[in-house]
Design a protein around this ligand. Structure first.
Ligand code: UDP
Length: 466
């Protein structure tokens, strides 16, 4: 089949549009922004990613590889004055948590788009809960269950798990600036795809009264195996090979992958419940434990657990090449904290999830996965807490881990239907990112919107895709 690739084409003497991306300097925000930069550069745009020295060390080798592939992306570390030889920026794309960029864009006369980290489902639900707060449809009690008002589907939540980002005491001024920056932006970008969140995208677009471009899942921009290995942080190639060989020796869809992202932490007792639950499941697993979760108690019993599960368990300490692991056919389920990147990665690779949200948007992401998409099982249904932290105790038990793993992996009718739905979504995600797909075309419209401000054109290139 022939597909149309839209490439930016300046006439002679004209400059290419130059996008300046300003992520929030946290890995869960940097990673999708770098992927987004690669997507823009692949269409022929110039891209600058604003970064800090520490984040540069994490992403430099990845960006160097993209440059070697012909993509024009540079990193601008904040402490240095910007190099002046690049053309003036055309458009500033800012993480929603950087409202200060509004004044910068205004001063320089730039178009400004907001890049949202979370799901559209979260953005819409938390928006509605706030909007309807005084309508009687939202209880004053933060832990009393209610249905999110104004949704196309009945979703029960507790208010404390459906708050907007930064809607916390002490953050009023910042939230006001953030809301103002969003209301005055020239458009909004969400890392999602239409087939995943269609009704919520439509509702949110109406609520915002602004254009939304849905351009994801951006993780699918990592097409080569090496991209998946080096994305996000430094992974030693040898370690990646060791993991890959370990997975190669396991049966298809048999391995449980367990990871809780880059910022949450677990108490030693919760870590123990996870470990003993995995042991009791009798199934192969890869368990990523962050260094900060290896407190003395954990350090003491972990080697014993490792010894007992040696034949079927792989415990990785620190950073793991997550997309590489999830892409492997031996992985059959993902026990996740429901960070939106991890959720999207599981969705785009067709992996059913076991959900254990810890904070912020993760609770609503769990609702999306378990109740709307029905591709996951909650580790602990209706866990009414504001925050799962290092101090949390007794929220989950090994039996919960065992039960949830069994539910996802037991091969029964329900589990098979869930797996089938997950596979179907992965097909749709991939299609969305290909020429002609919903996200591909949404990105084209976004670029076109920027080009309309200049006289640069988009050029249709026919290509044959098998
Ligand atoms: N990630 C990874 N290896 C790790 C931990 C995380 O590659 O050991 C990546 C993961 O693939 C995802 C991101 O880091 O892209 C985490 O983002 P997410 O939104 O899931 O969670 P957060 O860390 O922001 O809570």
């Amino acid at each position: 089949t022939k597909k149309v690739i839209n490439i930016i084409e300046p006439s002679s003497g004209q400059e290419k549009p130059h996008f300046v991306l300003v992520p929030l300097f946290a890995q869960g925000h940097m990673i999708p922004m770098v992927d987004f930069g690669c997507l823009l550069a692949a269409r022929g745009a110039l891209v600058t990613i604003v970064t800090t020295p520490v984040n540069t060390t994490r992403i430099k080798s990845f960006v160097d590889r993209a440059n070697a592939d012909g993509l024009v992306i540079r990193l601008a570390e904040l402490q240095f004055p910007c190099a002046e030889q690049w053309p003036k920026p055309t458009c500033l794309v800012s993480d929603s948590s950087n409202p200060w960029t509004r004044d910068v864009a205004r001063e320089l006369g730039l178009l400004r788009f907001i890049f949202h980290g979370p799901s559209c489902f979260f953005l819409l639900c938390s928006h509605n809960v706030h909007e309807y707060a005084s309508s009687g449809d939202v209880p004053g009690d933060f832990f009393q269950p209610f249905f999110v008002p104004g949704l196309p589907q009945k979703i029960e939540v507790v208010r404390v798990q459906a708050l907007r980002f930064f809607d916390y005491p002490g953050w009023e001024k910042f939230l006001e600036q953030k809301t103002e920056a969003e209301a005055t932006a020239d458009g909004h970008i969400i890392n999602t795809f239409r087939e995943l969140e269609s009704p919520f995208l439509d509702h949110y677009q109406r609520a915002l009264g602004k254009t939304i471009w849905h351009i994801g899942p951006v993780s699918l921009s990592n097409k080569k195996p090496e991209d998946a290995i080096f994305r996000g942080d430094k992974t030693i190639a040898e370690e990646a090979r060791r993991i890959s060989n370990w997975l190669d020796a396991k049966d298809t869809a048999s391995v449980i992958y367990v990871s809780f992202g880059t910022i949450v932490s677990n108490s030693p007792s919760h870590t123990l419940e996870i470990g003993t639950g995995l042991e009791a499941s009798n199934r192969p697993f890869i368990w990523v434990i962050k260094q900060w979760d290896i407190l003395p108690e954990v350090e003491k019993w972990l080697p014993e657990l490792e010894e007992r599960t040696r034949s079927r368990g792989l415990i990785l300490k620190g950073w793991a090449p997550q997309v590489m692991i999830l892409s492997h056919p031996s992985v059959g389920a993902f026990l996740t904290h429901c960070g939106w990147n991890s959720t999207q990665e599981a969705v785009s690779l067709g992996i059913p999830m076991i959900t254990w949200p810890h904070l912020a948007d993760q609770f609503l992401n769990e609702n999306l996965v378990v109740k709307v998409l029905q591709t996951g099982v909650a580790l602990k249904p209706q866990m009414k807490t504001l925050y799962v932290s290092r101090e949390s105790e007794g929220l989950i038990a090994r039996e919960d881990v065992e039960r949830a793993i069994e539910a996802v992996m037991d091969g029964g009718e329900e589990a098979q239907a869930r797996r089938q739905r997950a596979k179907q979504l992965a097909i749709e995600a991939k299609k969305a990112m290909e020429p002609g797909g919903s996200s591909y075309e949404s990105l084209t419209l976004m670029i076109q919107h920027v080009l309309d401000a200049t006289s640069v054109k988009l050029h249709d290139t026919e290509t044959t895709v098998r």
